[in-house]
Design a protein around this ligand. Structure first.
Ligand SMILES: *Cc1c(COP(=O)(O)O)cnc(C)c1O
Length: 447
């Protein structure tokens, strides 16, 4: 099953470097960037891109780089996937905006219908469309507060939920997301998550530890919702032990607390299922989605139980651009591509390759304390010989070596010591294996 990449504007699927990385043209553009773009916006790899497709990003100097980032889990169907391009092109020529709250159009309704079908649970659902993941998380909290008449929000250690004021409060990590940006929104409480490498607890035990914090420090009568990423994203691709999520969902149900799964990074086939909650059959009351939803166009959603979603008064939800028709067309195209090419199966196949190669790498490099993840959302955590002390310096060195060799890799984690792999789901096997060869060389070179 070495399906070549569909999609992409016919870009040859191989790595080729014709200059040093970054090349002279990228360096020129980067100098301009520094003059005109706010310094607070960071850059992982300063090459400017002029075309992309399948598993390749081609830069302005003519270098072809292997993409293991997918624009942070966004272009799961590939860049400029044909299904997305066709629908976006005809929509953009028909009309670009009316505002769904002024005069509606059917693609918004179509996306909501598809979200209702694809998300976990067969209860009656409603959806709300927005522009960004953070906006979806904010709205999910608004809806849960409106439904319960309660105010407190429970989040977890190492969580990432966005950069707006409320979602900054919900995000765990200070630098770079929060430092100097306070005061933060109130009524946000943090509980410990299940992180086996660091706590050695079984899922059920870790759940009871979190529940104890919420019951004793917040009080269930005050708690509107619990918001959790089923696999932590920016916080280090931490996979909670089995039993953790089901126990929390069961507890939330009994306590009248709205269970919100933030599947903004894990959703849309990334983990080998339509959604990461499917793995243990967890059915959230509300689910937030964005990133992979629309093949690269900005769209986000809150989907959930009809009675929870409809608790909000008319006019209480919305926004000028939310569910823009071009973004909706893209989402319908992306979902069509996921179904047509069975990208959930493809994610599992990518996950099998990653697991095998990364486990072999770990055998040669004890700095890799753990290989973890699911489907095309895998990571390795780097530590000292004790298997705990984070080694962000080595992660940075390996990352740099990969970038210089033309492979776009990303790190993450509260301690910056986790390497994460998020290739487009349409990457070919050969290209993926070549990227992992480069990674292997980078570990040897930095030993
Ligand atoms: C990226 C992300 C967000 C924020 O999404 P934006 O579109 O950047 O606002 C929220 N939650 C999770 C889990 C994410 O990965």
């Amino acid at each position: 099953m070495s399906d070549p990449a569909p999609g992409g504007p016919g870009i040859p699927q191989h790595r080729e470097l014709v200059t040093a990385i970054p090349g002279p043209r990228s360096q020129e553009l980067f100098a301009r960037r520094a003059k005109h773009v706010a310094a607070g916006v960071s850059t992982t790899l300063p090459v400017f891109i002029e075309a992309a497709g399948g598993g390749i990003l081609r830069d302005v100097d003519g270098n072809s780089l292997i993409d293991l980032a997918a624009g942070i889990a966004v272009t799961s169907v590939g860049n400029s996937a044909p299904e997305v391009v066709a629908r976006v092109t005809s929509q953009v020529a028909a009309f670009t905006h009316t505002c769904f709250m002024v005069t509606p159009y059917d693609s918004y309704v179509d996306v909501c219908e598809r979200l209702g079908e694809l998300t976990p649970g067969d209860h009656e659902k409603r959806s709300l469309l927005l522009n960004s993941g953070a906006e979806a998380v904010e709205n999910a909290v608004k809806i849960a507060r409106s439904f319960t008449g309660r105010q407190a929000v429970a989040v977890f250690d190492h969580a990432y939920h966005g950069r707006t004021n409320l979602t900054m409060a919900m995000t765990a990590k200070n630098m770079p997301y929060k430092s100097g940006f306070g005061p933060f929104a109130g009524e946000v409480y943090r509980a410990p998550v299940s992180y086996h490498l660091r706590d050695q607890l079984k899922g059920q035990e870790a759940a009871e530890r979190a529940i104890d914090v919420l019951e004793k420090q917040v009080g269930t009568d005050n708690l509107a919702c619990l918001v959790i990423e089923p696999i932590l994203g920016e916080g280090g691709f931490v996979v909670p032990e089995r039993g953790f999520l089901p126990r929390l969902a069961e507890w939330a149900k009994a306590a009248g607390v709205v269970f919100i799964a933030d599947e903004i990074q894990t959703g849309f086939c990334r983990t080998g299922d339509w959604f990461a909650c499917d793995d243990e059959g967890v059915v959230p009351d509300l689910i937030t989605t964005a990133k992979g939803i629309a093949g690269g166009l900005p769209l986000a959603a809150v989907t959930g139980r009809a009675e929870v979603m409809d608790a909000v008064h008319v006019g209480g939800l919305g926004g000028t651009y939310g569910g823009n028709p071009v973004a909706c067309a893209a989402a319908l195209g992306a979902m069509e591509a996921m179904e047509k090419h069975d990208l959930a199966r493809r994610a599992r196949h990518i996950g099998a390759i990653l697991a095998e190669r990364l486990t072999a790498l770990q055998a040669d490099h004890p700095v890799i304390a753990e290989v973890r993840g699911r489907g095309a959302m895998m990571a390795i955590e780097l530590t000292g010989p004790d298997g705990r002390t984070p080694d962000p310096a080595r992660a940075a060195a390996v990352n740099q070596a990969c970038h210089s060799a033309g492979v776009v890799t990303l790190t993450c984690g509260t301690y910056g010591n986790v390497f994460r792999f998020l290739p487009p789901l349409v990457i070919g096997d050969d290209l993926l294996n070549e990227a992992l060869d480069v990674l292997t060389e980078a570990f040897t070179a930095t030993a």
